[in-house]
Design a protein around this ligand. Structure first.
Ligand code: UD1
Ligand code: CA
Length: 455
């Protein structure tokens, strides 16, 4: 059956205490609303319409997409009023599914079940809560058939004891929706046009109304405050962590991993605690990532070990490599197989060939480094002249001693050995030794200064 989706996202989100519209607050690195849109898209609806109000322009700008329509609701007079604003943007697909922009964790399977249950009638997604305070309650008759929804603020003491609540997610036949919406009245405790009042109207109209209980009430939790946002973040992260464990990844502690994007892992990958993955990250077979690493938009080859406390951003690392601890790999870096990058080494926009090493305290920027090169401790590529950046080329099999400056643009030819403490500012010829002549002196008459006595 054809259907369309309305996402309600016009609420102010006052309790977030933020200038950012609530639905743009990130969950797992993406706006709340984009999770809902992604779930809606997974169902392949005819159309998706987002109802926005507060911060509308920002919402539109953040959510661009050819399949998306937007409707402005100003002022915000309730959920029924919100759906009414969407009507002109909607087509006449047989069913309309209503989602909330601040309920990001609902699963596509759950929504498919709800659409199936609705058939040509109305279906409401409900939840059984230990503490139903604040929610609309589901009213059922003796035959357990849904007869209506009453909001907390309008409910009698007896109705408030009902623990089955309205999650807000529902399916309505579009043609009926168009007839029922104009009948809504706002004579209630909040002076709002309640979408929930359509349920009693549907029953009166003898439409079939089904209430489906969600299996996991966590799925339909909404975000009203930063506390709830933080709770949903943990819930979402633990979902992702369990998925990784099931796929065969070792997580030293599934409660201490953060994935803000897509993480794909090969076989027997191990991830220690405190790691953050952003954007698109892929870890090939047998990769291990030590504690407290941050990996963003990166591909890592098989068997590579990332030691603790590394920061890797927009780069590729080959197989059998060893990175860190305390290494920083910056955008545009390509490290071949078997490369070793050690502690306090920064690599930016550079390629390092097979088996090359920079094991301690170095800066390699804007450089092309060949195979089997050794970059000694304290080596710096001086790539910036104060105005422009220049490239350094280090050919295969070069050995660079400690504390060397390579003043770019410069080319160190294959097989060159650069002595410790050398400043290389001219291209070298292959296979020679390059040093800056210096003289070491010994002054026997020199005395180490002494601390003057305290006055
Ligand atoms: C609503 C339901 C309630 C349900 C609860 C679940 C109604 C009348 N009540 O209550 O039965 O238990 O959700 O969380 O529907 N919104 C708009 N425009 C408006 C008002 C709201 O777009 O004028 C959007 C909000 O951005 C939000 C959603 O609709 O995404 C729900 O609004 P909210 O104020 O949180 O609903 P409740 O009053 O809590
Ligand atoms: Ca409200």
């Amino acid at each position: 059956m054809k259907f369309q989706v309305v996402i309600l996202a016009a609420g102010k989100g006052k309790r977030m205490n933020s200038d950012l519209p609530k639905v743009l607050h990130p969950l797992a690195g993406r706006p709340l609303l984009s999770h809902v849109i992604a779930t809606a898209r997974a169902l392949a609806p005819e159309r998706i319409c987002v109802v926005h109000g507060h911060g509308g322009e920002q919402v539109r700008a953040a959510m661009a997409g050819a399949d998306l329509r937007f409707a402005l609701q100003e002022p915000q007079l309730g959920t029924g009023h919100a759906v009414q604003q969407a009507l002109p943007q909607l087509g006449d697909a047989e069913q309309t599914l209503v989602l909330y922009g601040d309920v990001p964790l609902v699963r596509a399977e759950t929504l498919r079940g709800l659409l199936d249950a609705a058939g040509k009638g109305v279906a409401i997604l409900t939840a059984e809560l230990a503490d139903p305070a604040g929610y609309g309650r589901i009213l059922r008759n003796r035959q357990k058939k849904v007869t209506g929804i009453v909001e907390q603020k309008d409910a009698t003491a007896a109705q408030r004891k009902i623990r089955e609540i309205n999650t807000g997610i529902m399916v309505l036949p579009t043609a009926k929706l168009k007839q029922w919406l104009p009948k809504l009245r706002n004579k209630n405790a909040q002076n709002e046009y309640y979408l929930t009042d359509l349920v009693a109207l549907a029953v009166k109209d003898r439409a079939a109304v089904t209430g489906i209980k969600v299996a996991d009430a966590g799925e339909t939790e909404g975000v009203n405050s930063r506390v709830q946002l933080a709770q949903l973040e943990r819930m979402f992260q633990s979902r992702l962590a369990l998925r990784l464990l099931e796929a065969g990844v070792t997580l030293d502690d599934p409660a201490r991993i953060d994935i803000r994007g897509e993480l794909s892992c090969g076989r027997d990958v191990r991830i220690d605690v405190g790691c953050v993955f952003e954007g698109k990250v892929s870890l090939a077979d047998g990769v291990s990532v030590g504690a407290n690493c941050m990996l963003k938009d990166i591909a890592i080859g098989a068997g590579t070990r990332i030691e603790p406390f590394c920061h890797l951003d927009s780069a590729t690392v080959g197989a059998g490599a060893r990175i860190g601890p305390y290494a920083r790999i910056r955008p545009g870096t390509e490290l071949a197989d078997e490369v070793h990058i050690g502690n306090f080494v920064e690599v930016k926009a550079s390629t390092l060939g097979h088996g090359s090493k920079a094991n301690h305290l170095a800066y390699v920027g804007d450089s092309t480094v060949g195979r089997d090169v050794n970059i000694g401790a304290g080596t710096i590529t001086c790539n910036y002249d104060g105005a422009n950046k220049h490239r350094t080329v280090i050919e295969d099999n070069v050995h660079i001693g400690s504390d060397v400056q390579l003043v770019a643009p410069v080319r160190v030819a294959r097989g060159t050995t650069v002595g410790a403490g050398t400043t290389v500012w001219q291209d070298t010829a292959p296979d020679g030794l390059v040093i800056n002549p210096k003289r070491q002196e010994q002054r026997g008459d020199w005395q180490r200064p002494r601390k003057s006595p305290k006055k």
